[in-house]
Design a protein around this ligand. Structure first.
Ligand code: NAP
Length: 534
């Protein structure tokens, strides 16, 4: 799309990931003028940037797809149970072409500022290319895991080899063959990247700070006929996933607490899930997320599998997580634990042996020195608020959005926040977000936003924002939903911890997709109760 200078339009959508693609399509379809802005050179969002070897989705592809279009569903075929990054990116390219959304995106363009002008009831946006745009509505489909945590190790700038990040894997060829590779970070990204790096490299050193639980994906070719069967009832499937499931995926629903079963039955249930593969290991018993004893039954089962798989007892012991299973993101692995049986893989436990510096030729820890040619960082993200902060969004007084959230993000339904009229933040903190299927969640949230805008336009409103009271009530509800679970008590990127008093805010909404959708629909049906319209 040609650069547009000084245009005034209805909606700016920021980000061309799976949410932004749908938002541009849906809002345009509703008769609004829309401009999309994307920092990368093309669509894809996280699947554009996270092109590291081994990158793969951990929800079933048949769930992790657009469900709004029969045509896209019919004309695309997933090849595997869990699609790999190249296929996911190809899918998003295909959907973008089908929907013809690229013509409304400015690519290679970053939003550098967006300020609400109350007199004009418009956001005034500036961009890295000099284009300035005013828009009545601003929709931030910038994702929750987009702003990468940069590496900050002493000596890194003197390192003589190549340095890459999984979250922004370079587009040019990264030579891994024959390299001594240092991988730092063992979350979902590091655990996925490790086996192919070990396969290609001369040696892989995995620098682990906290061991995490990983369960087998048991990836397989797509099941014959399954996609067609869902396609025949796609609208019903979409509605069922959105309004009657906790995560907008086809998960088995736990029926009973651990104690309902004999020890043998518990083991049989766990074993069957291990063999089936997938993150449903988190949802076998009704009390495993709330009761430590129940949780330990599942955690011990997984720890036993690690001991069974990894032949070197010291390495196996270092790989065993000590926190309850499911309180941090459960990782799907493809050969991660077996990888440690290779002679060219070394686990370095940097909790007991911290990294002291990076030198031109490698990594020095307190106890040893490792010669490295290629450094791979998989350090995670400034989750939820990082990508919003990057856009430098300011209220009418010039106060930056995220600077108001020093004690955790605040909003109503995760969609909007006080002081920032007409700013929508779908799938962010305060919504099910990373706990649910982001395709369906984006479809739901963007439909809701489209309805909200249609409501305003049909009644001639200039602006909408939540009331303080409604925001307080939502914050209390989000906190209540989180308080029953073990998750809240353990540090991970979903928990905001206030340093002064140690109080904790669980950022995503743990009440479940179905409950979220029920509430959001009720708000809309009631003429947007909890919001100030002017
Ligand atoms: P992450 O889960 O936040 O993991 C970051 C890793 O880096 C952790 O092991 C962390 O250790 C380590 N780390 C951070 N700073 C460090 C430091 N200064 N020194 C040493 N180690 C350090 O990030 P991620 O792996 O990118 O995953 C983030 C989320 O992205 C996932 O939870 C998931 O939602 C999503 N994701 C999904 C997929 C998929 O669908 N399959 C794949 C990749 C990512 P500590 O634990 O000690 O902090």
């Amino acid at each position: 799309m040609a650069e547009r200078l000084d245009v005034d339009i209805d909606v700016v959508v920021v980000g061309a990931g799976l949410g932004g693609i749908y938002a541009v399509h849906r809002l345009r379809q509703a008769g609004l003028s829309v401009v999309g802005i994307e920092g990368a050179s093309d669509v894809g969002g996280v699947w554009f940037h996270n092109r590291y070897p081994g990158a793969r989705v951990d929800l079933a592809s048949l769930d992790y797809s657009y469900h709004f279009s029969d045509k896209i569903w019919r004309e695309w075929r997933w090849s595997e149970r869990y699609a790999a990054q190249p296929e996911l990116l190809a899918y998003l390219n295909f959907a973008s072409s089908e929907l013809d959304v690229r013509r409304d995106f400015l690519f290679d363009t970053w939003v550098t500022g967006a300020r609400w002008n109350a007199a004009r009831a418009r956001y005034e946006l500036t961009t890295s290319t000099g284009a300035s745009i005013t828009a009545k509505y601003l929709v931030m489909t910038t994702g929750q895991l987009s702003a990468a945590r940069p590496p900050a190790f002493p000596g890194l700038d003197q390192f003589g080899g190549r340095v890459v990040m999984t979250s922004h894997w370079p587009h040019d060829h990264v030579e891994t063959r024959g390299k001594r590779i240092g991988l730092i970070g063992t979350g979902s990204s590091g655990v996925q990247a490790a086996p192919p790096l070990a396969e290609a490299g001369e040696h892989l050193y995995v620098f682990q700070r906290t061991p995490n639980y990983a369960v087998p994906a048991q990836n397989a070719p797509a099941e014959e006929g399954a996609q067609e069967a869902i396609g025949a009832r796609l609208a019903d499937e979409r509605e069922r996933l959105i309004s009657a499931t906790r995560r907008a995926v086809n998960d088995p629903i736990p029926q009973h607490p651990v104690g309902h079963y004999s020890k043998q039955e518990q083991q049989a249930i766990l074993r069957a899930q291990w063999e089936r593969g997938g993150t449903s290991m988190n949802r076998l018993f009704t009390d495993q997320g709330t009761d430590l004893v129940a949780n330990t039954v599942v955690a011990d089962f997984v720890r036993d599998r690690v001991r069974e798989t990894v032949t070197d007892a010291r390495t196996a012991e270092a790989l065993l997580p000590t926190y309850p299973i499911g309180v941090r993101r459960l990782i799907l692995e493809n050969g991660y634990y077996e990888m440690y049986n290779r002679e060219n893989v070394t686990l370095v436990d940097i909790r007991s042996e911290p990294i002291t510096e990076i030198t031109p030729g490698g990594i020095r820890t307190r106890d040893a020195y490792y010669e490295i040619d290629l450094l791979v960082f998989a350090l995670g993200f400034d989750a939820f608020t990082g990508s919003l902060r990057g856009a430098n969004i300011r209220d009418a007084q010039g106060v930056e959005l995220t600077s108001r959230w020093t004690r955790g993000p605040r909003n109503l339904l995760g969609m909007m926040t006080t002081g920032f009229p007409n700013l929508f933040m779908p799938t962010g903190a305060g919504s099910p977000s990373v706990l649910a299927n982001l395709f369906l969640q984006n479809e739901f949230a963007i439909d809701w936003i489209t309805d909200c805008i249609a409501f305003m336009e049909s009644r001639g409103y200039a602006s909408i924002e939540p009331t303080e009271e409604a925001e307080d009530e939502w914050a209390a509800h989000v906190a209540e939903a989180a308080n029953t679970g073990l998750r809240m008590q353990y540090d991970n990127y979903m928990v905001h911890v206030n340093k002064d008093d140690g109080s904790r805010v669980f950022m995503p909404y743990l009440g479940g997709m179905e409950s979220y959708v029920k509430r959001a629909r009720a708000v809309a049906a009631d003429g947007f109760t909890g919001f100030k319209l002017s």
